[in-house]
Design a protein around this ligand. Sequence first.
Ligand code: PDD
Length: 289
Amino acid sequence: MIYLNGDFMPIEEARIPVLDRGFIFGDGVYEVIPVYSRKPFRLAEHLRRLQHSLDGIRLRNPHAIGEWTHLLEQIIAGNESNDQSLYLHVTRGVAKRDHAFPKAVSPTVFIMSNPLLTPPEEWLETGVAAITSTDNRWLRCDVKAISLLPNVLLRQMAIDADAMETVLLRDGYMTEGAASNIFVVKDDVLLAPPKNHLMLPGITYDVILELAAARKIPHEVREVSEEEVRSAEELLLTSSTKEILPITRLDGKPVGNGRPGALFAMLYELYQEYKITVMRGGDTLVETS
Ligand code: PDD
């Protein structure tokens, strides 16, 4: 069951007009929210980021937080899996094709759910491969825009090279992955690039940094150079759907000793524990450092 502009229906019945600005211009923003045991994970943070994205494209939020929460609850209840990946999407609506914003047009609101498949054991045990590429996206990567063509092409480069992700480099520094955030372990310190307009402020990224702070894992938020990426002891990938994964090969060469490292193992365990705490209603972590 999906939600489209006020109605719930099976996805096969959902239709949008071809003049929707999402279709014509990619003029819209989205969120992906993981749901564990039918409870949305870090919902407030995802809805806050949605507001940031809507502000970034100058589109009024069509729903108050309470309304979003109610819509999402109905979608969760209307779908089978206990663990789901919610996708919500807002576009500037339907109007005659013209780049300028249309006047008095209602936004299109779409929500769907897919079963949330946690990464296969093999990825956790042996790690995944990644490649690097130049980050050729726009300068507002903090906006979770539906116009994802650069990300699509960058991610496909990885697939074509039998890898899982593309690590993006801009002006000698790492930004993020094509569809994930990236952490580097160097001299036993967890390094994370600072949140700015060059990367998406990941919700999983925040959780990892909060866990590191709470457990006194040495970590630094600062620019990470290409050289540090290439000589890293560990590389970690995070996203709402992949949680946390070890990257053990980069551009065909082993990362560190080529096996998932100690910091990955620790953060993976902490993340799983934290999920259980949250599911039981005991969300405790907040920003600490
Ligand atoms: N993408 N950076 C980019 C470019 C992303 O697309 C994503 C996630 C992230 C990680 O953010 P979070 O931890 O909040 O999921 C970082 C989602 C999952 C997607 O587009 O499907």
